[in-house]
Design a protein around this ligand. Sequence first.
Ligand code: HCA
Ligand code: CU
Length: 403
Amino acid sequence: MDQTTQDSFGRQARGRDISLQATRFYALVDSTLREGEQFESGDFTATDKLEIARALSEFGVEYIKLTSPAASPGARSDCERIAGLGLASRIVAHIRCHAEDARIAAATGVGAISMAIGASPMLRRTSHGMAVRDLIARAIDVAGEIRQAAPKIELRFSAEDAFRCDAEQLLAIFLPLNETGLFDRFGLADTMGGATPLQVHEIVGLIARQTGRPIEFHGHNDTGCAVANTCTALDAGATHLNATVLGIGERNGIASLEGLVAALYARDPAATRAKYRLGRLAALSSLVAGKIKVDIPFNHCIVGRTAFTHKAGIHAKAVLKDPHSYELLDPAEFGRQRNVLFAHRLAGHNAIGARARQLGLQLDADTVRQVTNRAKMMADEGPLTSDEVDDMLLAAAKRRAHA
Ligand code: HCA
Ligand code: CU
């Protein structure tokens, strides 16, 4: 009865029967060099792509997805070059469901090919005009070509806009494709970013159970749910999770690698640490931010400026005693630093006392409280700087020495 179980976050839960499982097997499919190229300023040069691919591989993502080599002569030569680097990450070429694209991709030396085609009634009408029957026939033809050219290549078929299809429409596509045995994995894309976690759970679970195949999930972020949906897809049985550095992609992008890594780490720090070189994440984010000429959002998971900044007195007090009080993620693991703010009106004597110790000052509790009260009054009157608080602490220490 009072058993210790693990919840889906890998945490111990006492006395409750939680049926969700601990972290399952998964692989990260980074799409910075494919979906990310579709970001407003994601026009990577050949050198950018090589640099980013190397950094992704060093971080440890299992797959690096590239723009279709059929997109342009440059895309093709970059794809061949990256596939030839011998990186630890498997290189994936994304393609349309076109025989010519497939031929070009199969000849580049990539380890995997991902084909995607609009599945929803809306995209079938506006994107390619094919009926479901024709779409299935096309996917089988293209997959057949690929299997002939590269029998061992890892092959995925994905339904674009899967979450504006109902379950029957999706099964009508995936079940016949599954029977051909041509595909290693199926993909479900929330192309519009409008799916809810409950919907994702239901659809991913259904397609995983009905096909018995590994499932890849790709979630856009239009409603801010991309990371939550991707984690929910994992809980529902997805094995391959799409992300991009800083979440870049069409419109406002997809699940960010940083957000996903934060969520996976929060569930199971040891497993996440064992899979990825966490200390390299911040440099990877900065590298990509520099290439696309954007600032890293101040509040981004892990790499944002304020991700490890504590302010309120109550928080600061507990964090100074034990950082786990208000930190799920350990900044040191990610090469980041904790910042406990002390120059503001919400600061308490704990934060200001800690600052005094940082400055090497030994002040008694009463003195620290006096400085704290003065700092609060000053902050009420206008902006207070760290230097002003430091000056007050130094002055108090001097007075004490002369007393
Ligand atoms: C697009 C296609 C895609 C494909 C996702 C996938 C999408 O650019 O529109 O490979 O599963 O979001 O549907 O990125
Ligand atoms: Cu997409």
